[in-house]
Design a binder for this molecule. Structure first.
Ligand code: GDP
Length: 321
């Protein structure tokens, strides 16, 4: 089997960041700019509907991106996934398939695909190694999204084997940071709790309701760390094996709630709402493969939460009731 040629991004390489307005894409853009990459190709979803194959193909034909970060995705928390299953599977399959096919057809030198730790089986041994993929049933609350992401991994591996396409797959753990979604119905736990605690403090409420039992464990990675890993792996990883991207340590939802409550300055009571789902009991990544490439995260959870709260105060205050 031929191995794709090693490709390195240079400061003047044409780099397409798909989904640059999202949490991950905006983090990747900040990272690339910091590192001096000056030819970034960016399109909003209004300018380019990534679900439209012809539009995506025309974009690649005209702009010829050399390197692609595939950060575009329909994402959401536990409730959004179970409320909009069709969007989660269809939009993700369509966007990633269109971009991958056009990247192949128009000679992109290398592509980084962002998956998710929810691709692993619900009861995978913890911490989860990359080999856990497809060894058991998925967590039902987000299987629509997970199936789409698994299809993306397989598409890239198939393109590598059959066409020598240089695509790599990163599986980030739960991400958070500036630009996160703070909508209580569709967000992930960290921004949801930040907003709930903030609004409770402002409105003088004595209680905050946290979904589920508080016992599930989750690992959280700041999006700037993820972006730094994505650029590092674009430059240093050339292999069909997927790579987990995380910190290697996790906290319970109760511990997370306590940490966010303290950061925000909420001194009321935290109550757990057992009518809401817990989701998978634990989701911790084994990060040995990532560490073997020489990369380490640099933002501790408490610092990351403080910085994200600062961002929230500066950007979202108008949405507070
Ligand atoms: P998951 O990692 O795919 O399960 O996605 P989430 O980030 O949405 O949820 C993680 C855990 O946090 C689950 O056990 C949720 O029940 C719990 N959780 C507690 N309060 C909230 C909340 O207000 N919003 C969300 N999305 N999750 C919450």
């Amino acid at each position: 089997m031929p191995t794709p040629k090693t490709m390195t991004m240079h400061n003047d390489s044409a780099v397409f960041v798909a989904g640059h307005r999202g949490l991950v894409g905006s983090g990747v853009v900040r990272q690339l700019q910091q590192q001096g990459f000056s030819r970034l190709l960016l399109r909003t979803s209004k300018e380019l509907d990534l679900r439209n194959q012809a539009a995506v193909d025309n974009f690649f034909k005209a702009e010829r991106p050399e390197f692609v970060f595939l950060c575009a995705a329909k994402v959401g928390g536990i409730l959004a996934n179970s409320s909009y299953p069709a969007d989660f599977i269809y939009d993700n399959l369509a966007m990633q398939t269109n971009i991958l096919k056009s990247a192949l057809d128009h000679g992109a030198k290398k592509l980084v695909f962002l998956g998710s730790s929810c691709i692993y089986p619900k009861f995978a041994p913890q911490p989860m190694t990359e080999d856990a993929l497809l060894t058991g049933p998925l967590e039902p609350t987000n299987e629509w999204y997970a199936i789409a992401k698994i299809a993306g991994i397989k598409l890239i591996q198939a393109f590598r084997r059959q066409y020598n396409f240089n695509g790599i797959c990163l599986m980030p753990t739960n991400l958070y940071g500036p630009g996160d979604n703070f909508d209580l119905q569709s967000s992930h736990v960290l921004p949801a709790l930040m907003r709930k605690f903030h609004e409770a403090k402002i409105n003088g409420q004595s209680q905050v309701s946290v979904w589920g039992s508080g016992t599930p464990r989750r690992e959280f990675l700041h999006v700037d760390d993820l972006a730094s890993a994505a650029v590092h792996l674009m430059q240093h990883w050339d292999d069909e094996r997927i790579v987990n991207v995380g910190t290697g340590s996790d906290v319970t939802i109760r511990e997370l709630a306590d940490l966010i409550g303290a950061t925000v300055g909420f001194d009321g009571e935290i109550v757990f709402d057992s009518s809401k789902p817990d989701g998978t009991p634990r989701k911790l990544l084994d990060v040995s493969r990532l560490q073997s490439t020489g990369w380490r995260p640099s933002i501790p959870l408490a610092d990351g939460i403080r910085a994200t709260y600062q961002w929230y105060l500066e950007h979202q205050v108008s949405s507070v009731a």
